[in-house]
Design a protein around this ligand. Sequence first.
Ligand code: PLP
Length: 402
Amino acid sequence: MKLSEYGKTAEDVKALVKKYMIDTYERYNFVCERAKDMYLYNEKGEAYLDFYGGIAVNSAGNCNEKVVAAVRDQVGDVIHTFNYPYTLPQALLAEKICTTLGFDKIFYQSTGTEANEAMIKMARKYGVEKYGKNKYHIITAKKGFHGRTYGSMSATGQPDNACQIGFKPMLPGFTYADYNDLESFRSQVTEDTIAIMVEPIQGEGGVIPATPEFLKGLRSLCDEKGLLLLFDEVQTGWCRTGDVMAFMGYGIKPDILSMAKAMGGGMPISAIVTSSEIATAFTAGSHGTTYGGNAVCCAASLAQVTELIGRDLAGNAKKMGNYLAEKLRTLPHVKEVRGKGLLIGIEYDGPVGLEIKHGCFDRKMLVTLIGDRVIRLIPPLILTEKDCDAAFEILKEVSETI
Ligand code: PLP
């Protein structure tokens, strides 16, 4: 939809949103009318350099042409069927994801939080079936983020964050341990514990990568105690960190893995994958979804995943991530640059994050802010050295003004 076709100005659009929409976002002050590759465009055709990728979604580039073509092709045949008939996009995508990632079974959902709900439910049900009693307790990490529905929200170890204040009580059965501290996790295991659930890199928590010893230690702890290891790769998944999935860079494998965001190229699709044995926990009627596995979303996801793998965008994420991070370390007022691949957090030495974010926006570059001092860069993975240089120059100019 174009503003001119509807006789609207950018100010009209903003006024309508302000008047009618419930306001939970700090918006970039422009109307996005078109997006392509590394840029978003306003109604005047002015370009904004994309270093947030729709929050780690548009990894093969905004409006990737293969994804667009797949959607156009599928939308004229079948949009939605529910999960009663078989459809080709579902089947081909299931094969592609399971064989690429080395898991036996997949279950589709629509959003990251729903994939995590499915993962939590599957772990609990598996516990009942394997141990004959309700083993419900799941240990998650402080400062983690798993979503905004009650299960995922309760798994989120941020009791004092705005995402939990006013919504209590949380669902029982979760305790929070210190990230990167194996002993903290070990000390919380009880006879009711069924799983440990973490992100391999805490994204919303400020871009905190797990140490290899920590993740390997969690794997051994789970094996020793008969627990399931659950990885939330909603943000880290699909080439973002320089590996197809972040877990692959650590030489261990979770028992259940959740994914969303980049897998759909902008269409709402998410999933969990697991082994045949654990998957038996879900049977007809025990879990379901109206939109999960939607034909158009699956067709888009198949095109997106094929692009990400076929163009080795994990390799590009690793190369460009290293190139950019090195440059960012020379910026003034920067305490630390951390992350993996193209999930980068720049921590400033004071609460200047909003100023930096706005300064970037004024220079037509889009970044996200975590807390008051961490600028997160999560661009499309197609970016080049030239894009990195352009972003660096903007960040340098802005950082020098504070
Ligand atoms: N898990 C992680 C690690 C996330 O980063 C997010 C979103 O940022 C979610 C879950 C929730 O995903 P969604 O917003 O699609 O529900």
